[in-house]
Design a protein around this ligand. Structure first.
Ligand SMILES: *Cc1c(COP(=O)(O)O)cnc(C)c1O
Length: 399
């Protein structure tokens, strides 16, 4: 029998660890040492210039951190991966590596709030031209990319209205223009979507979210070709946004259950989305798995699952949000997402708190929008919880 490449659930557990197990340990150790010593001066030199494998100083590389990188690399079927202290560090270091004054970058209007701030506040200050197209307007993106750009930066599904961009189509447009195509794959995770396989150059994650999955460690990671990832690694090792070994360990441990968690979160999100469509107080439900989603067909084509993230707007706007959310028993009201617990939050307070109401409106984010990150709880409890909360709000409105 020929040996077959293991699939996701198995890779999530086994990939990337073997080279880092010491003393017969079955789990990757947390190596806190800041430096790595050498008695042989020639060996030290060879490691320092990259001729020989090894570690020199914790800002550059660390065994626990590398095990984490190797696991994500395997899940994204990438040639190389490098990691960062946060997801935003992955994004800012990637942009910082390739963009210089006079360059042009094309992206979409509803990227993650922090990313949007880089586009609107920091890049223009460095004389980098930023063009933000309407998310989902593929022809507009293609037209802007064709005018020439250094980077085409995408995120799909987007935060918080889970809009979908056709990755393969955009990768083709980027390639034709000689652009580096980058996708933020945080919402989908490698279990549901592999942008590299769809032709993009670089894929990045806020590991803080689904990859870690337990809301107890910050981190970011970037995957792609050796040629590109090496350049970003170099920028990061010098600029210093290094992932901490303890965080790397927590992310690595969290990732062992990634496939299981995502399977459950996909299923829970789908059922919650369907339920919300039947609620009187709900105005709109946004979930790529719903046939009513404007780009459901694209999502079906490029994703193997629709993810754990959805959002919905309620009648009565901010007032209803204020009444409804505190009534939920099985949900954290918090800014993060992608954890084992269900998490809810108003977008005006979470993903897009940096934006003005006008900016949010321009991005199509209603003030009464609630982001819902489905956890891995039993679905009957999640549905019952929503039901009692909506019933209590309706009762107050009547009484
Ligand atoms: C959270 C998030 C980020 C930023 O990640 P941090 O780890 O918080 O810095 C980037 N992109 C998306 C889609 C996110 O959800």
């Amino acid at each position: 029998m020929t040996r077959k490449e293991p699939t996701m659930g198995t890779k999530a557990i086994w990939a990337g660890e073997k080279d880092y197990l010491a003393f017969g340990a079955t789990q990757v150790p947390v190596v806190h040492s800041v430096s790595f010593g050498y008695d042989d001066m020639d060996e030290w030199y060879d490691v320092a210039i990259g001729k020989k494998k090894g570690h020199i100083y914790g800002r550059n590389t660390n065994p626990t951190v590398q095990a984490f990188e190797d696991k994500v690399k395997a899940l994204e079927s990438a040639e190389a991966a490098t990691s960062f202290s946060t997801g935003m560090a992955a994004i800012s270091n990637t942009l910082g590596t390739f963009l210089t004054p006079g360059d042009r970058i094309v992206s979409i209007k509803d990227t993650y709030g922090g990313t949007n701030k880089i586009f609107t506040e920091f890049l223009p200050r460095q004389h980098i031209e930023v063009v933000l197209c309407d998310t989902g307007d593929h022809a507009a993106i293609e037209a802007e990319v064709a005018k020439g750009c250094k980077i085409l930066y995408l995120e799909t599904p987007t935060n918080p209205t889970v809009k979908i961009t056709d990755i393969a189509r955009m990768a083709k447009a980027g390639k034709q223009a000689g652009a580096i195509v980058v996708v933020d794959n945080t919402f989908a995770t490698p279990i549901n979507q592999n942008p590299l396989a769809l032709g993009v150059d670089l894929v990045l994650h806020s590991a803080t979210k689904f990859l870690g999955g337990h809301a107890d460690a910050l981190g970011g990671v970037l995957c792609g070709s050796h040629e590109l990832v090496e350049q970003v690694y170099h920028y990061r090792e010098i600029n210093g946004a290094t992932l901490d070994p303890m965080a790397a360990y927590l992310l690595l441990r969290g990732m062992k259950t990634l496939s299981l968690r995502i399977e459950r979160q996909n299923a829970n999100a789908m059922q919650v989305a369907r339920y919300l469509q039947s609620v009187d107080l709900v105005e709109d439900v946004f979930y790529p798995g719903l046939p009513t989603h404007p780009h459901h067909d694209i999502a079906k084509e490029q994703m193997s699952g629709f993810g754990g993230m959805l959002s919905f707007s309620v009648k009565g706007g901010v007032e209803t949000v204020r009444d409804l959310l505190p009534k939920l028993r099985f949900a954290n009201r918090a800014a993060n997402l992608g954890a084992v617990e269900t998490i809810v939050g108003p977008s005006r307070t979470t993903s897009h708190v940096e934006c003005t109401p006008e900016e949010r409106a321009a991005m199509g984010i209603p003030e009464g929008l609630i982001r819902y990150s489905a956890g891995i709880e039993d679905i009957d409890d999640l549905l019952a919880d929503l039901e009692q909360a909506f019933a209590a709000v309706a009762k107050e409105a009547v009484g």
